[in-house]
Design a protein around this ligand. Sequence first.
Ligand SMILES: [Zn+2]
Length: 453
Amino acid sequence: MPEYTSRSASQLAADGPLLADEHAIDPHASAASRRGQSDDIRQALRDEPADGPTRQAAASAGDRDEGAPAEPQFLELGGGTHTVPPGGNLWRIAEEIYGDGSLYVLLRDANPDDVHDGGRLVYAGAVLDVPRIARPMLDGLAAFSDDPERQLDVVSGVSQEDYAAFIAGLTAEEADANAEMLQTLEMMRASGMTLDQLAEDQQRWMETRAAAEGLSIGGFIQQETAARGYGGATATWWPSLTPDEQRAWTARFEAAVAAVEAAAPDDIRAILDEATANGGGFAWEPQVCEELGAFAFNNGRHALGVGRAWVEAVETDPAVTFGNVAHELSGHQEYGDTVGWAIISRVLANLPADEQALARGGANHIFSAYGYMETEVFAELREQEHLHPDNPTDTPAQDVPRQLQRIADAFSPTVADAIVRGLWRRVESSPHMTDEARQLFVEQVRAVFGIAL
Ligand SMILES: [Zn+2]
């Protein structure tokens, strides 16, 4: 029998109350599972690549369908019976069935003849009646955050209409607080795969392409990183300066920071204050900027590293860099870890040590070739509202299509599709995106992938 199905509030009402109404469950407070990422390289690569070819955004925007009317969605869990396995206990069984061990009390109360010692003792082979409960969909999905296969089963079993209603029924706070989980769930729905399975698809696709070029997969990744990545440049300007010249540039940086802080509008001021409160803020990193080929970069810890080009831009007009502040300290900082990097990290972990070393041994940072694009798209869209006519670095209209194309080039069709749809979930739900930025994303995804979001 199914242990879980989904129903809308109106269906629940028509079918009568379920046990859940009497056993209300506190919303699961923990955020979605964090994707483990340990590679330091990603910290250094939240950068602004050098200018590339300009592409104009499509002139017209299609109206998005507003979707089904909001109606809370519920996940039905339990029902039927469950045979206690050897060594089984009620807490563990409740965790498996309901995603919450504390609901063992439901099993205890429903099976007085099979449960002994106040719920602490149950015998292997006992056949337990499993009460059905309904949890709000968000809580139910969050409860299985450590069990992606279960999450995949759940989201795959929900109709497009019901899932749209679930998303539409979330409050802005719920959508924001669960952004990473909802992103991963969107990828699961799009692909029918967990992140592990997407990584397997990616690995097969890379192996096929590597074989076609007579390369091992590690050699192929190295080649792709050298060809498509960033970050392998050598600093020449900064090391060539005398100590006096370096001190003079450092003073110009300090004056530029003061000028930006003095001129910043309230929202930029708030971004800077939050960065400072988190131990970050502006950092003078001329050498790293040269190595990255970057106008500026975010180190992942609320710092905005800047170099010569940034100082010179501020000296023309501090306002031209406000978009960059929003890009680096709000956009990249909010986006956090990328799913593209999570997938490539899984692929790398599956490879033998010598192939891993080959893959990481390219001329550029491997993160830049596989992990960077999503966070860059998000950050570009974040700066849209501060776009200045004299913007000294990439504009969203230039960089969003470029990074989307890099996603298309770096990943298997299935994985790329899933990444883009998951990214849309983030763009759509972020409280910091303008409608214009969302529209730009929708247009460019249609142009690059032929996907109608
Ligand atoms: Zn960036």
